[in-house]
Write a protein that binds this ligand. Structure first.
Ligand code: VAH
Length: 310
């Protein structure tokens, strides 16, 4: 198995989970930057360079790719051309090479960022209007359509999940609009305060990383006949406002003060759904979230500052 973007927020944790389940030597981590804590085989490669990627695939006889390379929503608005070429260029390389080398499976993360300002914002349906207003969102819609095409045309077993904002502690925030939901914990523990870059009443669907990793592994293990779509499956776990998150942090750190100073990322956040209808995931492959906001907040604080007594 190859995990591209293995040094990133999801990639770094997915590598560990896959190695635990399938064995250290069977999972090749691959990134343009080493993560610095390689727990197994690593290939330094730029996934937008098809020849370099093909060399890794041939050398390690790859049969399955988890393709996690992406420039996220906020960073993508700083350089939309790069976001398109990295997100779509690397995906096309993976899909073409997966067909060429007759791979068994490909996983690719889509996002609720694939929805836009005209998408109904509560209990957003699986099949609905998708008019994203960020280049990142455009690459997610285009990417889903590409994955669906490669399934229809070549029979490639490529699977996509529309992840909500993902919260984790192992890697620093990386250019996403939902980074505030990670940075708030670090600010609370380090300085006792945090200035949030979206307004207090901003509501975005979120998921704790352990749930996101489990969803990926469960989704990829389901027999292909169970899946009714090759566009992204809607996926949800929890949804809360920035104010509710700050209040949860304050439950554990009573001195914590959160202030709000919306910046250009507010417009992106306001274009996304407030809640997601993920009935198709629950029906087709038995999705069920585990972590609540309370459990996530406690786990985040405990792991960011191990000597913190909850
Ligand atoms: C971002 N973390 O903020 C990503 C995610 C739904 C948000 O796709 O860009």
């Amino acid at each position: 198995m190859l995990v591209t973007g293995s040094s990133g927020q999801i990639g770094s944790e997915l590598v560990v989970a896959l190695r635990k389940r399938y064995g250290r030597e069977r999972v090749i981590a691959c990134d343009i930057n080493p993560s610095g804590e390689e727990s197994g085989p690593f290939a330094l490669a730029d996934a937008t360079d098809r020849a370099a990627l093909e060399q890794v695939i041939r050398k390690h006889r790859i049969g399955c790719v988890y393709h996690l390379v992406s420039i996220l929503s906020a960073a993508g608005e700083q350089n939309p051309d790069l976001a398109w070429s990295v997100n779509i260029g690397s995906l096309r390389n993976v899909l073409d090479l997966a067909v060429r080398y007759r791979m068994e499976q490909v996983f690719w993360p889509s996002s609720i960022a694939a929805f836009g300002p005209h998408t109904p914002r509560t209990h957003t349906h699986q099949l609905t209007v998708m008019d994203p207003s960020t280049m990142y969102g455009v690459t997610k819609v285009a990417g889903e359509l590409l994955c669906n095409y490669y399934f229809l045309r070549y029979g490639l077993d490529v699977r996509c999940l529309r992840f909500p904002g993902i919260i984790s502690w192992k890697t620093p925030p990386g250019g996403g609009t939902t980074d505030y939901a990670v940075a708030i914990f670090h600010g609370a523990l380090r300085e006792g305060r945090y200035e949030c870059f979206v307004s207090a009443n901003t509501v975005i669907p979120m998921m704790y990383m352990p749930d996101a990793i489990r969803a990926t592994l469960e989704f990829m293990a389901v027999p292909r006949g169970r899946l009714r779509t090759r566009l992204g499956y809607n996926l949800s776990a929890m949804t809360f406002s920035a104010r509710q998150l700050a209040k949860e942090v304050k439950r554990y750190l009573p001195e914590f003060v959160c202030t709000y100073k919306p910046d250009e990322r507010q417009k992106i956040a306001d274009s996304w759904p407030k809640s997601i209808d993920d009935r198709l995931s629950r029906k087709d492959w038995g999705w069920k979230p585990r972590f609540t906001l309370r459990e996530m907040a406690e786990d985040m604080l405990k792991n960011i500052q191990p000597d913190w007594e909850g």
